[in-house]
Design a protein around this ligand. Sequence first.
Ligand code: FES
Length: 124
Amino acid sequence: MPDTGGAIRKWRICGGAELPDGGLGKRFKAEWHGVPAAGFVVRWGGRVHGYLNQCAHIPIELDFNEGDFFDLSRSYLICATHGAYYRPDTGLCLGGPCKGARLTKLAVVEEDGEVFFLPDAPVR
Ligand code: FES
């Protein structure tokens, strides 16, 4: 549920403990330039990273099994459809049909053990 109080709009995605490092991620309803969109968060290298749930090759969701964004090595995010794999921290595609392209980063933050989406933050 959106929290519109205070100077920064943000809404809770999940508890931080629900995101094991290199483990299952969480899908959430995001907003992209004011339009509802599917997003996801994962933890990697101790930090939480958020992206649009959309492959850079063809705009379909990455996870065939919900929340299963990592490859078997737990080192890369992988598209279940055609196997593009991405750096978890930058979203850069390192191999596959869209090598060199990037996932769309979403602004997320972890505060007091909770993970939030910041829809009004600049999206890079
Ligand atoms: S749709 Fe993701 S690699 Fe082609």
